[in-house]
Design a protein around this ligand. Sequence first.
Ligand code: ASP
Length: 401
Amino acid sequence: MKRKVSLFTQIFIAFILAIILGIVFGSDIKVLQPLGDLFLRLIKFIIAPLIFASLVVGVASTGDPKRLGRIGMKTIVYYLVTTAIAIIIGIGFAYLISPGNGIDIAIPKTPVQINETEGIIATLLQIVPDNPFAALANGNILQIIFFALFIGLAITFSGKKAELIYPFFEGFAEVMYKITGIIMRFAPLGVLGLVAPIVGNYGVSVLMPLIKVIIAVGIACAAHSLFVYSIAVKSFGKMSPFFFFKGIAPAALVAFSTASSAGTLPITIKNTQENLGVSKRISSFVLPLGATINMDGTAIYQGVAVIFIAQFFNLELTFMQLVTVVLTTILASIGTAGVPGAGMIMLAMVLSSVQMPLEGIALIAGIDRILDMFRTTVNIVGDASAAVVVAATENELTLKK
Ligand code: ASP
C-alpha cells in the first residue's frame, strides 16, 4: 500500500537533507542553486495574478450591498483594526526578540531602494496606478492591490449587471490557487536548492535563529489572543474571556492540527453558536467572511517574518518601509486563503512591496508548518471574537457568562 507523505513532511525532510548536504559538501553544494532559483522564479511568476484574483474575489465575496450594510461594516472594521494591531504586535515582538540579528554573513542581497525623500504623500499617491495594466505587468504590488480592491467593490455594487463577472474571477482565482498548489509541490526541491548552498557556505549556525522565530511568533500570538480578544469580548460582549476561550477551544484545537481556517469553519460555526451563544444570522455571515479575509495570526507571522528576514540580510527598514509592510500585510492577510501554507506564499507579496529578497521565504519554509499551526489558531479565534462582538452590538448574543 502506498502511503502519501504530506507536502509539509516533504519540505521538512528537504530542509533537513539540505542541512546535511550543506555540511557534507560545503560550498560545492552550490550546484543545487538552480533548483532554488527556479523555485523563486515560480513564486515570482504567480504573485501578481494570484493577489489580483484572490483579492477581487475576497472583496466581492461579501455579497450584495445590503449584506454589506451595517453588520458588514462593523465586521470589516473589527477585522481591519484587530489585524492592524496583530501586525504591530508581531513586528514589536520581532524587534524585541531579534531572531535574525547577530548573524555575521554577507549574503548577496538585492539592494533596497529607499525613497525616503519622496515623502508620505507622494508614496501614497503612487498607490493609485496611472495604468493598471502596467501595474500588473511590472508587478507593482500596491498598485495591483488598489486595482483589485476597486474591481471587487465595484462588482459588489454593480449587482445584476455584473453577475457574470464574479464567477469569472472566482474561477480565475481557483486556477491561480491550482497553479500555486502545483508550484508548492515543487517547494521541497526549491528549499533544497536554496538552503543547502546557504548552509554549505556559511555553516549550520546560520539556521539557529529559526528557533527564535518560532518563539517570537508563539509569544506574539499568545499576547494578541490574550489581550486583544479578551478585551474585545469583555468590553463589547460582557463575556468573561475564560468563558470565551473555553467555548472556542475545540475549534482552536482543530485549527491547530489542520492549519486550515477554511477546513475548521464548520466547527468554528458550531462552537460559536452553541458554546458562545451567537445567533445563526450573525455567525453565518461573520465567520465564513472571517475564514476568508480575517487572518490575525497570519498577519503576526508575516510581521515577524519580515523583520527576521530584514535582520538576516542586514537590511535596515526605514519608517516608510515599515508603514508599507503594515499596509501590505493587512492586504496580504486578506488575500490569504484559509488553507495550510497560504500565508507563506503571500509573504512574497509583503517582501516584494519593499524590495526585500524572496530567498528569505526558503529560510523559514522548513518550519512553516509549526508557525502555521499557531497562526491558524489565532485566525479562527479572531473570527469567533468578531462574531461575539458583532452579535453583542446587535443584541443577538444569548449566552453571556
Ligand atoms: N493556514 C492559515 C489558515 O488557514 C493561512 C496561512 O497560511 O497563514 O488560516
